[in-house]
Design a protein around this ligand. Structure first.
Ligand SMILES: NC(=O)c1ccc[n+]([C@@H]2O[C@H](COP(=O)([O-])OP(=O)(O)OC[C@H]3O[C@@H](n4cnc5c(N)ncnc54)[C@H](O)[C@@H]3O)[C@@H](O)[C@H]2O)c1
Length: 492
């Protein structure tokens, strides 16, 4: 995954000259991964056709209008659509007719027991296979969706062969090609993948996939389909474990009067470890880490293999929202009857995605303790409200108070809790925070400048830092040492 900072300021134009000399790419499912795959291939000069079961989404993408929010995506999508490098098929037969490599980019959600739900993959591959039965020429199905090890060679092969009436061989190829992009840096990650991992069932598909990725500045790693699938889960489990490790250390930093960022910065300077994914916070969210960890645990369990480290990563993550609510209690005392502004509902900044956002469990914890919660997000307030589970949905306007502006959310609130590090919050001046009725801000991301809070006459509290000294009248722990918050002095 490319660091967010490396998002190109200039998005590369679609290559000049005739397109379509390499294999033509078809994309099934125009969500985060499908759109990213489509625009990246198109920007690197390949002819791309997309398809989605949702008609409205097909029309939107065909107009060059992105259905998802991602920095830089609108511009690049518009450009490749105008250049006719990316078009949208209105049915599966059209998609198959115009593509050689068919990338399956459909959802793989969690089933109620945590295992991966492969229904969408099965449906999408089944639909392709029915058309492939009569389609002339060579075609290959490439599984880009995240699927548990063994799925491509197992379920996908079985459905493909059964429904198409063709064997994998000279006229039909099959491969796994997992995706590693991160939301928030989707465009940069899709254009410059850290590595392209392919697992092919046959030599021709391997050759064609390598040809399709020729324009990408990325190493290609070729493995078996099952190993390729496992690389994706191993990567996500490891990244999630690093975040949970940082959160575990954050609790110890709070208790020892130290600053988790200073500690983890020095830890990450070890070249064996590296600095990324060592940031403590409200816990990991998003569409992938939690569901993929659960799926990995279920898949391993089905084979009689225990994964205690991956299990612990989930356990620590599930504990973190409760910890955030406890930190709020340290600032406010009993939360019953208090009004808390929960700022940021997307699972991280620079995305409108609220899937598995830590804002849900934090909201639940605050409500359980009797608080009324004001909700604000510059991008995803509506998406968050729409996806609230029914019991919580019924509490909107009573204990759950949606707010359209940051000022509305903060003014008169007893506490503000930063859940997403949106720039709007980082840049807010002292006047906004001064309008709080209560003592200050609890920053789960440590993205605000404490001096802004000081200028507002408010306290700054954060995950991974010792509790601040409260004004004596409000301080349940008056007299306690403010802890060692020295910034690390790094010299060469
Ligand atoms: N979002 C990420 O950051 C990310 C990163 C890496 C991997 N992945 C994996 O990629 C896959 C897709 O994730 P996403 O976030 O893009 O999902 P998404 O929900 O954003 O998009 C999926 C799209 O597929 C469409 N779809 C569903 N069934 C279809 C069918 N039969 N035919 C055509 N279209 C169909 C849906 O309408 C939707 O537009 C998942 O397996 C996910 O785990 C996601």
């Amino acid at each position: 995954m490319t660091p967010r900072a490396s998002l190109p300021s200039r998005i590369p134009p679609a290559r000049r000259g005739p397109v379509g000399r390499g294999p033509r790419v078809g994309v099934v499912g125009l969500g985060y991964v499908g759109i990213a795959t489509g625009v990246a291939f198109a920007a690197h000069g390949t002819r791309v056709v997309g398809y989605d079961v949702q008609g409205a989404r097909r029309d939107q993408v065909a107009r060059g209008d992105s259905p998802i929010y991602e920095p830089g995506l609108d511009r690049l999508l518009r450009r490749v659509v105008r250049a006719k490098r990316l078009t949208v098929a209105s049915h599966v037969a059209e998609l198959v007719g115009e593509s050689d490599l068919l990338f399956v980019c459909v959802p793989t959600p969690s089933a109620p027991d945590g295992s991966v739900d492969l229904r969408f993959v099965e449906e999408a591959v089944g639909d392709l296979a029915l058309v492939l039965r009569k389609a002339p020429g060579w075609k290959a199905v490439v599984v880009k969706s995240t699927v548990v090890p063994g799925t491509t060679e197992g379920l996908v092969r079985e459905v493909l062969v059964r429904e198409s009436g063709r064997e994998i061989g000279p006229r039909l190829g099959l491969a796994a090609n997992p995706e590693f992009l991160a939301e928030g840096s989707l465009v940069a990650d899709a254009l410059h993948p850290s590595r392209v991992v392919i697992g092919c069932s046959d030599r021709r598909t391997a050759r064609m996939l390598r040809a399709a990725y020729r324009g990408f500045p990325s190493p290609v790693v070729e493995l078996s389909p099952t190993a390729a699938e496992l690389v994706k889960y191993a990567s996500n489990a490891f990244l999630a474990s690093r975040i949970s490790f940082a959160n575990e250390m954050a609790a110890l930093c709070e208790a020892t009067g130290t600053d988790v960022d200073a500690v983890m910065q020095a830890v990450g300077m070890d070249p064996r470890l590296g600095p990324r994914f060592l940031r403590a916070g409200p816990g990991f969210g998003g569409s992938c880490f939690t569901k993929d960890l659960r799926a990995l645990l279920a898949a391993a369990g089905a084979r009689g293999v225990e994964l205690p480290l991956s299990e612990a990563a989930l356990t620590v993550n599930e504990r973190q929202p409760r910890h955030v609510a406890e930190l709020a209690e340290r600032l406010l005392g009993d939360l019953a009857g208090k009004e808390v502004a929960l700022l940021g509902l997307s699972f991280k900044a620079d995305t409108g995605d609220v899937r598995e956002s830590r804002a849900y469990p934090i909201l639940e914890e605050l409500l359980r303790r009797g608080a009324r919660v004001r909700l604000h997000d510059p991008r995803s307030l509506d998406a968050f409200l729409e996806s609230l589970p029914p019991p919580l949905h019924g509490r909107i306007s009573r204990e759950i108070l949606p707010m359209r502006t940051l000022r509305e959310a903060v003014e008169g609130a007893d506490l503000a809790v930063i859940q997403t590090d949106w720039k709007e919050y980082v840049r807010a001046g002292p006047a906004i925070w001064r309008s709080l009725r209560g003592p200050g801000v609890l920053d789960t991301r440590r993205c605000l400048y404490p001096r802004t809070l000081r200028a507002a006459g408010k306290v700054y509290a954060a995950v991974g830092r010792p509790p601040p000294a409260l004004p004596a009248a409000e301080d349940p722990e008056a007299g306690r040492s403010p802890g060692d918050l020295r910034k690390p002095a790094i010299s060469r």
